[in-house]
Ligand binder design. Structure first.
Ligand SMILES: [Mg+2]
Length: 178
């Protein structure tokens, strides 16, 4: 189970504390697209997330998209945000994260993975020993398989809290209560 425990649980990428990450020398961000920056199946990104990517860059972070989505969709957002990307990542496969790290030209120790799914983003990142940040999905509209995974995700997070791996506030954040 330890491989499923995120280092941080937050409501949205907008809640990421850049200063805190900088203190930890985490200056490379591998960011998921669907339901992390863009609502699932939507083709436009909320300007506040475009701005967030800009702020991250201004703060000295290097950002790369790592998404299981198809090349065309991923490239569209990569060009819009002017950042590199890895498409068809097959997360939690480690290869995609390694490609992302390579594109950022950084060390593993400098990387934080940001995504909305425990079993792809967090598990994949943790397998490589990367810092992981779980955020809430932007939309509850998802694939059936993902909806099923959400139920497991919820149970896992509750278990992590019970066993002391996660702060109890994680449950409230996940439920959108905080
Ligand atoms: Mg996602």
């Amino acid at each position: 189970m330890r491989l499923l425990v995120p280092d941080q649980v937050l409501g949205s990428v907008l809640d990421i504390d850049f200063e805190y990450l900088k203190e930890k020398n985490l200056l490379g961000l591998l960011v998921d697209i669907d339901n992390t920056l863009v609502r699932w199946e939507k083709s436009s990104i909320d300007p506040k997330f475009v701005q967030w990517v800009g702020e991250a860059k201004d703060e000295g972070f290097r950002v790369c998209l790592v998404s299981n989505a198809l090349e065309k969709r991923v490239q569209f957002f990569a060009e819009l945000l002017h950042i590199p990307a890895v498409a068809r990542a097959w997360k939690p496969s480690q290869r995609a994260f390694l490609r992302g790290i390579h594109k950022l030209e950084m060390d593993k120790e400098q990387i934080a993975v940001v995504g909305d799914q425990l079993f792809t983003d967090v598990f994949g990142g943790n397998r490589l020993g990367l810092y992981t940040i779980l955020i809430n999905p932007l939309s509850s509209q998802e694939l059936k398989t993902t909806k099923f995974m959400r139920k497991l995700e919820k149970r896992m997070i509750e278990r992590m809290v019970r066993q002391g791996f996660l702060d109890p506030t994680a449950i409230q954040i996940r439920n959108g209560e905080e």
